[in-house]
Each structure stands twice: as structure tokens, then as C-alpha cells.
Design a protein around this ligand. Structure first.
Ligand code: NAD
Ligand code: MG
Length: 391
């Protein structure tokens, strides 16, 4: 029986993970749950269904409401950022699924790594912010970081049984998002609703907007660099609108090995949970004759500058990816609140990167401080623009 602590239990990845726990009751049990606490009823349902030993919610008032709804014996209830880290660190678990969204996942994920727990990582922002520190901590503690992101799971699978020294480069696929065919001149006027219509994947709001700007692929380049210890030039991005080839590894002899499947996060999540074994995933099966065509294109980095901005941070050292990530999180939130337009996202990030004078963060605490400072600056820039409400 594998005991799972699930950070981000109420999100898109979190709920899909819990569906898999329900599909394999003999294999998995839930040890701990963590979430922000915006939906207390849902968390109470999850507690009744999965009987975790501990639950951590960021919001203290949500913990009070949860205590009022749940009759004893109830799980241990924790709160605040310290509570999230404690559930990751202290609750006995064989695997911690890191599926909080954004920088909020950094400290709890680090806490799990430092406690020596295997981490199934969906929360790519944590590797973008502190990839060097986190992979070093994982090496020190002998911790495996198992990718959940579909592209990285694909690369991980394509690497099995091969010599790492024989890898020439990896090819990360991207759907291209909802604006792949939208003329560049129209991007400034697209709405939140347009941007939330992802052509192939159903995901949380933040990553869906990141997919529309292609920042998601930019973050994934950085994620891949750390997960697979690659040089900046060894990560290529290929637009593949069907989202069937999840990524590829090209070896020195020119052989390219790909992993294919339907677009269902259940498959990479289950692989991370059962690695190195496989189980029959309760997911649709790939029928290539129905897909018909698989097509591939070069990404347009003039139209989608976020991809260029993210790649550029790889050469600029430790502070730049933290600034990139924080500026992106604030800009995406402002876009979702209709305070800025779609193309303002990349503009704000570029300005934040240009204004950043910080040295490389030498510790997680310095990463957090730089993240907080960048958020403050970008929020201020957004308020100063005083941009009226957008469509
Ligand atoms: P989501 O928005 O659906 O869920 C996010 C979860 O994090 C929720 O449980 C929420 O309560 C919690 N949360 C949000 N802000 C928090 C905060 N400040 N403090 C504590 N908890 C907080 O997000 P998602 O789509 O499930 O994505 C989760 C992570 O997985 C992201 O990093 C995303 O990039 C990555 N990912 C997601 C998918 C996908 O298909 N959804 C695919 C690949 C990678
Ligand atoms: Mg992905």
C-alpha cells in the first residue's frame, strides 16, 4: 500500500490523482491533503471519502469551518504556509504529489524533499524558481523527483533503458494553445474566455493562460533543464496541435524516441505513482487511425514572446527565472481579473526582467524574498498603468 500526501488536492491534478486512488483502493491510500481552502465543502467531502491523517489549508478561517463541518474523529488540521510545509514533511507518506499551483508550492515541496520523501512533481513553478537548489537537495537526500507534467513524463519514459550520455537533445511538444492561428495583431484584444478555451487539455486557470501565451512551454524548458540536467541548447520546442506525441528524446545516433497517448493527465500521474511499474490506467486509449494526422511546426516567438523570455533566463542564472515566474503569476492573475490585456502579460514580464538587478539567490529563503519583491513591483506597475477594465 502506497501512502500519498497530496498538495493541491482540490485542483485539476489533485482531483485526477484522487480518482486514481479510488480506482486502485488496494494500492493507494491518502496520508495527507493540502489546499488553499477556497472550497471547504469539497475538502470535507474528500476527508470523508479518503480519511487522511492530516489536512493543511492555507486559509485559517477555512480550517475553522472545516472543523465545524467534520465530526470527530477528524484529521489533524494545520494551517498557513507552515501547516502546508508540515503536512509535506511530517506526515508519513511514501510519495508526495506536488500539485499546488505557482510559487505557493515551493516551501512545501522543498520540505518534502528535505524530509527524504519521493516527490511526484506537477508544480513546475517550483523547479523554475529553485531548480538548482531543489535538485541539489534531492541528490543530497537520495530523493527521486518523478515528473507528472505530461511532456516531462514522456521524456522520462523515453530515457528508460538508455545511456544518459547518449542523449543529443529533447523535443518538447506544445499544442500551440487557443491562439495558434490567431493573427498577431488580434492578440491584444482577445478575452479571458477566449484564452481559457484550451484546444486539447482541461486544466486549472493559471496553466491554461500560460498555455495560451506559451509561457507554459517556457516554464517547461526550464523544468526540463533541471529534471534531466540538460544544457539550454538541448531543449527544443515543437508545436504539435494534436497533443498526441507528448515529447521525444533524440539520441546521438539520430534515433528519436517518442511517447504517445491520449491527452489525459491520468496517464502521467499514474506512471509517477506506480513507477517503475505500470498499471492499466482508467483512461481512453489512443486510436491513431482516428487521429489520422500528426503535424509539427516551429513555434513563433515573435507572436509569443513569453517563450523567448523564458528561454533567455536559462542563460542568465538564478535570479532571472524567479523574476520571470513571479512576474508571470502576477500578470496572469491580473489578466484573469480583467485588469490588463493579453499582450500586457509578456510586456510586464519583459519589463520586470529588464529592471531586475538581483544576484543569484543562494537559498530558498532568498528565492522567496525575490519572489515577494518582484510580485510587489509588478503589482505596483499594474496599478500605476491604471488600465481600465478590459473585455
Ligand atoms: P488548479 O488551479 O486546478 O489547482 C491548484 C491547487 O493549488 C488547488 O488545490 C488550490 O487550492 C491550491 N492552491 C492554489 N493557490 C494556493 C496557495 N496560494 N496556497 C496553497 N494552495 C494553493 O491547478 P492545476 O491545473 O491542478 O495545476 C497544479 C500544478 O500542476 C501547476 O503547477 C501546473 O502548472 C501543473 N500542471 C498541471 C497540469 C494540468 O493538467 N492541470 C498539467 C501539467 C502540470
Ligand atoms: Mg505540460
Amino acid at each position: 500500500m502506497k501512502r500519498i500526501t497530496l498538495l493541491g488536492a482540490t485542483g485539476s491534478i489533485g482531483l485526477r490523482t484522487l480518482e486514481l486512488v479510488s480506482s486502485f483502493p488496494e494500492e493507494f491510500e491518502v496520508a495527507g491533503l493540502a489546499a488553499r481552502g477556497s472550497n471547504v465543502e469539497l475538502i470535507a467531502d474528500l476527508c470523508r471519502k479518503y480519511a487522511p491523517r492530516a489536512v493543511a489549508l492555507l486559509d485559517p478561517s477555512a480550517v475553522e469551518r472545516l472543523a465545524a463541518i467534520l465530526p470527530a474523529p477528524r484529521p489533524e488540521l494545520l494551517t498557513g504556509p507552515a501547516g502546508l510545509a508540515a503536512v509535506a514533511r511530517d506526515v508519513d507518506a511514501d510519495i508526495v504529489v506536488s500539485a499546488l499551483v505557482g510559487a505557493a508550492g515551493l516551501l512545501p515541496t522543498m520540505a518534502a524533499v528535505r524530509a527524504g520523501r519521493t516527490v511526484a512533481l506537477a508544480n513546475k513553478e517550483t523547479l523554475v524558481m529553485a531548480g538548482g537548489l531543489m535538485t541539489a537537495a534531492a541528490r543530497d537526500r537520495g530523493v527521486t523527483l518523478l515528473p507528472v507534467d505530461s511532456e516531462h513524463s514522456a521524456v522520462f519514459q523515453c530515457l528508460q533503458g538508455h545511456n544518459r550520455g547518449d542523449v543529443h537533445r529533447i523535443l518538447l511538444t506544445a499544442s500551440g494553445g487557443p491562439f495558434r492561428e490567431t493573427p498577431r495583431a488580434q492578440l491584444a484584444g482577445v478575452t479571458v474566455e477566449d484564452a481559457l478555451k484550451h484546444p486539447t487539455w482541461k486544466m486549472g486557470a493559471k496553466i491554461t493562460i500560460d498555455s495560451a501565451t506559451l509561457m507554459n512551454k517556457g516554464l517547461e524548458i526550464i523544468e526540463a533543464r533541471w529534471l534531466f540536467d540538460l544544457g539550454p541548447d538541448q531543449v527544443q520546442v515543437v508545436i504539435h496541435p494534436q497533443s498526441i506525441v507528448h515529447s521525444m528524446v533524440e539520441y546521438i545516433d539520430g534515433s528519436v524516441i517518442a511517447q504517445l497517448g491520449v491527452a489525459d493527465m491520468g496517464v502521467p500521474i499514474l506512471y509517477a505513482l506506480t513507477y517503475p511499474e505500470r498499471r492499466p490506467a482508467p483512461a481512453a486509449r489512443l486510436d491513431l487511425t482516428r487521429v489520422g494526422q500528426l503535424t509539427f511546426f516551429e513555434p513563433d516567438t515573435d507572436k509569443f514572446p513569453c517563450l523567448r523570455l523564458a528561454r533567455a533566463t536559462l542563460g542568465r542564472g538564478g535570479a532571472a527565472p524567479v523574476v520571470l515566474n513571479a512576474a508571470n503569476e502576477v500578470a496572469v492573475a491580473a489578466f484573469l481579473e480583467r485588469r490588463i490585456g493579453f499582450t500586457d502579460i509578456a510586456e510586464l514580464i519583459e519589463r520586470a526582467l529588464g529592471a531586475s538587478r538581483s544576484g543569484d539567490p543562494a537559498s530558498i529563503e532568498e528565492c522567496v524574498a525575490l519572489d515577494v519583491e518582484t510580485r510587489r513591483r509588478v503589482s505596483e506597475a499594474i496599478s500605476l498603468r491604471g488600465a481600465g477594465r478590459r473585455p
